[in-house]
Design a protein around this ligand. Structure first.
Ligand SMILES: Nc1ncnc2c1ncn2[C@@H]1O[C@H](COP(=O)(O)OP(=O)(O)OP(=O)(O)O)[C@@H](O)[C@H]1O
Length: 247
């Protein structure tokens, strides 16, 4: 395994029945990188994310995570990743501490006291040290996203996948989450794959990004966001990155 490479997506494609969502999507994600997947509604961002975490076998091509094939070595892949889904739902009847302890109870043999201590550390890492005993109904949307990230971090995965972390949040709260992603990368050295179409967020966090497009049924850009903004010849890419001027 090449330690510098976290994920390889090699000519991945997805069909549902006779309908092609995308094909020939290829990129690598470097270890420690914040890599953003972006594109308009319905272009296949969530589908690609599901492929990368081993939930949906690509109908074409291959994807590997830290050298493990997402189809044939799915258990190894699962051990290396933490995921925050778009819904990010916490269990409503459990405190934040209990929510974060849950994956530790499911996947480790640690005694309850150790599970609680680890859950406390994870909640402190995302800025929720004072909220450990609150229920999900007692916290804000931004806090719920932070708690969902803490839960994804529970088992110390080297790679985190976040599906639209800022969705439904006001811009200031969203910017706080962007800072959290960068702080976590600095503190833990994790690799992040983030699905988002928030332009401010992309410029704030992405080392590189891939842009999918529904009409093209595939990728139309790959690179550093500021470079794509300046140099892309593709009208959809230019239009997307130059929305900034309007906002
Ligand atoms: N299991 C499935 N069976 C059939 N079609 C599906 C399935 N999952 C997704 N699709 C279709 O694939 C396309 C891409 O969906 P996907 O959710 O990946 O898009 P997206 O880029 O994440 O969109 P959004 O930004 O709106 O969340 C959509 O047209 C969707 O209806």
């Amino acid at each position: 395994m090449n330690d510098a490479v976290a994920i390889v997506v090699d000519a991945a494609g997805q069909r549902f029945g006779t309908r092609t969502i995308f094909e020939n999507v290829s990129f690598t994600v470097a270890t420690g990188e914040v890599f953003v997947v972006l594109g308009g509604s319905g272009c296949g961002k969530s589908t690609l994310l599901k492929q990368m975490i081993g939930l949906l076998p690509p109908t074409q091509g291959r994807i590997s995570v830290r050298g493990h094939d997402v189809v044939t070595e799915v258990e190894a892949v699962r051990r290396d990743i933490g995921v925050m889904f778009q819904s990010g739902a916490l269990f409503g009847s459990m405190t934040l501490l209990e929510n974060i302890m849950l994956p530790l109870a499911m996947f480790t043999d640690l005694p309850a006291r150790a599970r609680a201590e680890i859950a406390r550390i994870k909640l402190a890492l995302v800025g929720l040290a004072d909220a450990v005993n609150l229920l999900p109904s007692e916290i804000s949307g931004g806090m719920a996203k932070r708690a969902a990230i803490a839960r994804a971090l529970a088992l110390d995965p080297p790679i985190l996948f976040l599906d639209e972390p800022s969705a439904g949040l006001d811009p200031i709260t969203g910017a706080g989450l962007d800072r959290l992603i960068l702080d976590l990368r600095a503190a833990l050295g994790c690799t992040f794959v983030v699905v988002t179409h928030e332009l401010q967020s992309i410029f704030a966090i992405a080392d590189r990004c891939v842009m999918l497009d529904r009409a093209a049924k595939g990728m139309i850009a790959l690179g550093v966001p500021r470079d794509l903004q300046r140099t892309s010849d593709h009208p959809t890419v230019r239009a997307f990155f130059n929305r900034e001027a309007e906002s």
